[in-house]
Design a protein around this ligand. Sequence first.
Ligand SMILES: [Zn+2]
Length: 305
Amino acid sequence: MQPPRPANPPPHVYSSIGYDRAAARRLDSAWLRDALRAPDTRFLPMHGLKPMFVEDETGPRACFVDAAALAGFRPDPPVLLGLVEGRPVFAVDLDGEEVAGGTYLELRQATAGLPAVEAGLLAFARALAHWRLRNRFCGACGVEMTTTQAGHARHCGACGFDTFPRTDPAVICLVTHGEHCLLGRSRHFPEGMFSTLAGFVEAGESLEQTVRREIEEEVGLVVDDIHYRSSQPWPFPQSLMLGFRATAPLVPPVVDPAELEAARWVHRSELVDPDKRPVRLPNPDSIARFLIDEWLYGEGSCGSG
Ligand SMILES: [Zn+2]
């Protein structure tokens, strides 16, 4: 039997795939003015963090409309997401009003089956919306800020402070020992689910130091042989997951109950058959699942750590 390919290979879902971010256009006011009126420009309606979807025979698809469909709405200034096949695409918050046939949904409720270009655009729109909602007022003087750079900056007219979207780096690591891998369970996970270990990077830390610290804190193991694998934007709400693999001695994990509910070593043979797994693995859209599948089914799966 052919082993399955790892789910969600890099560039991972929610990355910028298949579109041009067109960063230089964010400051080009003449181009933006024309783009907002052009008949082939597309707008993604948003309500807070939720993009609008329409249903087709494959399930939910991102709902993109033209400027004419927004006549009668009074949206906030549109946010430039980029160019898809040369056509400008903007996100626009309609404050809960619905375009005919569309429904607002949480992005992760609708990811399965979304084309990669749509998942990337929607993740980008969600990340910017979250940043905008949390940065209404100036962090230096408290005055309400205005949006600039086609939605990619906020400016304080009182003190001149500018702020830009932030991304929080977090490491995520599959720990292995030969034919075993270590999986942990947070109390927030769905029933039966175990995953890789993860944690946020602290100020003054390298990524490798974060991997070592987090794993030692969570399960009491000292890891070695730390290797970077790939990264995934994770706009839930504003992380960048940096994926690693590391090795540790095959000794029982000592779980910190403040961090995890449980952790266990699982043998490769227990995970290979999806119908016989003793644990539920993370969703296929996550880099956590990729790191596990890559070890199980991808390169390096023939007995290496
Ligand atoms: Zn200010």
